[in-house]
Design a protein around this ligand. Structure first.
Ligand code: 5CA
Length: 437
């Protein structure tokens, strides 16, 4: 892609409400545009990053055997009346009525909808366990939408739902999801910590939030630092290993402020290992047994023919929130570096453009074609602008690799730089090998 053709409307004047770095940067680099309070359009660059995040989330769900489907955004109020949540959910729920005056709503989450699907589809224990998920827009009429897509009203979420015959089986599903979340966030270049959490309007008695550390985070967290050293790559998606993983994590104190008890913290964690800081909740998992299956009459025939209410859990990842969360985690000293897995481009070519000499731009065009041929997603900064402005712009855009075509380049050697590291001069084939890795 040529930068001169790319649709990135850079906004210089930032709205007063853009208080945190990620919100400011997402507006400045044209990732999003506000449509109305807490509702955003995703422009090409932001949409591209979000789709890459979504792909990784999807792959890790599929690995643990979760099956993708798609439920609608608009739901009937009837199922929410059955579960008892229609009134409980309060003003956060966007309620609508159709032309027949039927009560509808824009889904804030999908426990009721999936339970309705399950109860009319599955009658026998033989089909259990099941984990179903979708990646879909949600709407929550937040009292104070803020920080851009971090806490907005319309957001993109992966939500999964597990169905099991017994509580023991349900814990296995919970553990699989716990594992998938650790893997997902790791692939996104993030260090996530699972923390015991409250269940809020979703309900149930077992719950973990997955938090990434960031000063601007809304969640206060209290943890034992040693939890960072747990080698998550040692665990496998197999029951014993997953049990071991949960045991290992539960050895370390790690809670959000709702569950915080200072006496407990001081008793269980040595002063040197204590960490009190802030973080961003990027995922949240719940086990709630028959909280929905019972009132909604979602049961299967067990081995002995007796009816069993299925035991359920739900598991969310804030896909759109993650775009902002990654920026918060990776922005440092006015420089941005996207993790390679989700960067809007693999590499940017930055030629020093000289009005009287076309040679840099010609060399750049050649490398550009070559990289494209090799399947590398490359951006060429063909905008006529002085080189120091270009560098400033790319500090914000955060593409992880740069090829600088200027005084240090020869016919086939160019300055190659991984953001945050010193530049080196390499032959183009070596650059291609690094980018292909
Ligand atoms: N039904 C459960 C699990 S599927 C559920 O809805 N959980 S949740 O309320 O915790 O939301 C899941 C994830 O969505 C959160 O961890 C967060 O990353 C994201 N999220 C929640 N509310 C918002 C919001 N207002 N703006 C952006 N992302 C949000």
């Amino acid at each position: 892609m040529l930068l001169s053709k790319l649709f990135i409307p850079i906004t210089k004047d930032l709205p007063a409400e853009a208080k945190i770095k990620s919100h400011q940067l997402m507006l400045r680099t044209g990732l999003i545009r506000q449509a109305s309070a807490g509702i955003y359009s995703w422009l090409p660059l932001g949409f591209k990053v979000m789709k890459k995040i979504e792909k990784i989330v999807r792959e890790e769900q599929n690995i643990i055997g979760a099956q993708e489907m798609l439920m609608p955004t608009v739901q009937s109020a009837d199922i929410w009346k059955e579960s008892g949540r229609y009134d409980d959910y309060g003003e956060e729920m966007l309620r609508i009525s159709d032309r027949q005056k039927r009560e509808m709503l824009y889904g804030p989450t999908n426990e009721e909808q999936i339970t309705e699907i399950f109860r009319t589809s599955v009658k026998s224990y033989k089909l259990l366990p099941q984990i179903l998920y979708h990646i879909q827009w949600k709407f929550r009429d937040e009292l104070r939408p803020r920080f851009g897509v971090m806490r907005c009203r319309e957001f993109y979420m992966k939500d999964a739902y597990s169905f099991d015959l017994s509580e023991d089986d349900a814990v296995l599903s919970y553990n699989k999801m716990f594992f998938a979340y650790l893997k997902t966030f790791e692939r996104l270049g993030l260090k996530s910590i699972p923390m015991k959490a409250d269940t809020g309007p979703i309900g149930g008695d077992l719950s973990h939030e997955f938090i990434i550390l960031a000063e601007t985070g809304e969640s206060k967290i209290y943890t034992d630092k040693r939890i960072f050293d747990i080698p998550i790559n040692n665990y496998k998606n197999e029951n014993n290993s997953l049990n071991q993983m949960r045991n290992d994590f539960s050895k370390f104190y790690s809670v959000t402020d709702e569950k915080f008890d200072p006496n407990d913290f001081n008793k269980k964690v040595k002063k040197n290992d204590q960490l009190q800081t802030k973080g961003i909740e990027v995922g949240h998992i719940f086990y709630f047994g028959d909280k929905y299956s019972k009132p909604m009459n979602c049961s299967v025939d067990g081995k002995d023919g007796k009816k069993i209410f299925v035991k359920m859990g739900s598991y969310g990842i804030g896909v759109s929130r993650l775009v902002a969360a990654i920026i918060e985690a990776k922005f440092n000293n006015d420089k941005m570096k996207w993790p390679k897995a989700v960067s809007p481009f693999d590499v940017v070519i930055i030629p020093a453009i000289n009005k009287n000499d076309n040679s840099n731009i010609e060399k750049s065009s050649k490398i550009y074609s070559l990289l494209k041929e090799k399947g590398i997603d490359v951006l060429l900064d063909d905008v006529e602008e002085n080189i120091s402005n270009k560098f400033k712009k790319h500090d914000l855009l955060g593409i992880p690799y740069q090829i600088v075509v200027g005084s240090k380049s020869t016919k086939d050697q160019f300055e190659f730089k991984e953001v945050g590291k010193d530049p080196q001069v390499f032959e183009i084939n070596k650059i291609i090998n690094i980018l292909k890795k």
